[in-house]
Design a protein around this ligand. Sequence first.
Ligand SMILES: Cc1cc2nc3c(=O)[nH]c(=O)nc-3n(C[C@H](O)[C@H](O)[C@H](O)COP(=O)(O)OP(=O)(O)OC[C@H]3O[C@@H](n4cnc5c(N)ncnc54)[C@H](O)[C@@H]3O)c2cc1C
Length: 356
Amino acid sequence: MSGDVVSIESYTAKAQSAKACDIAIIGTGPVGLFAVFQAGLLGLKCILIDALERPGGQCAELYPEKPIYDIPAYPVISGQKLTDKLMQQIKPFDPEFLYSQQVANLTKRDDGSFELMTTQGISIVAPTVFIAAGAGSFVPRKPKVENLEAFEEKSFFYAVRNRNTFIDRDVVVFGGGDSALDWTLDLLPQVKSLTLVHRRDKFRAAPASIEAMRKAVEDKRLRLVFGQLHGLSGSNEELENISIKTTDGAIEDIAANRALAFFGLSIELGPIADWGLNLNAKLIEVDTEKFETSVPGIFAIGDINTYPGKLKLILSGFHECALAAQAAFKIARPDEKLVFRYTTSSSDLQEKLGVA
Ligand SMILES: Cc1cc2nc3c(=O)[nH]c(=O)nc-3n(C[C@H](O)[C@H](O)[C@H](O)COP(=O)(O)OP(=O)(O)OC[C@H]3O[C@@H](n4cnc5c(N)ncnc54)[C@H](O)[C@@H]3O)c2cc1C
């Protein structure tokens, strides 16, 4: 496999801070989430990593309010509701979630297990890996403005990783969707000042959020400016001024030391392409018995995989979870026997689900 080769010695030093589990799942879309359920029934512990700051993948990011009509036993369910239900269903298995970080590196260790390193420097060691990465990582769209790199992740952010960063600051939030409005309303009581900048007087957020935002503007707790980011200035990674080109062409300067930009997301396959797996048109080739990739122990489930007859549907991904989990059990528990059981009649499974 490509990537850094981790020697036993350097690994031992790192391992003290590494997190361990049976299956490291890359992606918390619907398929990554349901994999936790199938793994949990077999007694396997999962850690999930996602580039985004919340679960749900495409369902939560691209169509939270849209109705889905082809989830078995739900005649209709929205993208967000499906995510909420999956989170409820996997709760008994107590998975650990690592959000707002990509898996940047995946390496095979000498003992046959895998080490995953995230962009936040967290190391996870597991005998099996499930890649449930959909079309790849959702990454924030960046504005085309000079000096951006000087401030990124210091005073110019694309997500709230630590809300203390914004407390008692002069903050500018960019965007007109749910994320922009949710964070505007959330941070408003704790910031020194807040300006919401959007390119036009039309918002794509929940009606209640739009109403609450307009009320805050009316009450003069929030400034609303229509225009686009024009320039950033400051020193030592700290923003001091943000200039906006308003819709009438004027340049308006805002004294601000924090910015939060929600310009939407683009999808990139990212580091997965470098992990030495057999790919076909940016999708990972798998078998249809276990949904295992060309590297034993690494499975690919959901939209990221390809095989003859593949359908990019949530229900196909759910089926793939069940078979991949069975195969992962055999690797993670080589000395134990896998017994097939129904949740309806197995007291053992019911105990795991906390319903016995
Ligand atoms: C508008 C729309 C409507 C749809 N309607 C339907 C429908 O009606 N029925 C249906 O069955 N399907 C529908 N789909 C398709 C369905 O949403 C997908 O099949 C499903 O989301 C795939 O789930 P997944 O878990 O495989 O991947 P995703 O939902 O894409 O989730 C993948 C997750 O992995 C994360 N990720 C990727 N790479 C990394 C990395 N290196 N490190 C960390 N995190 C990473 C991403 O950030 C993302 O959160 C629709 C899709 C769209 C866009």
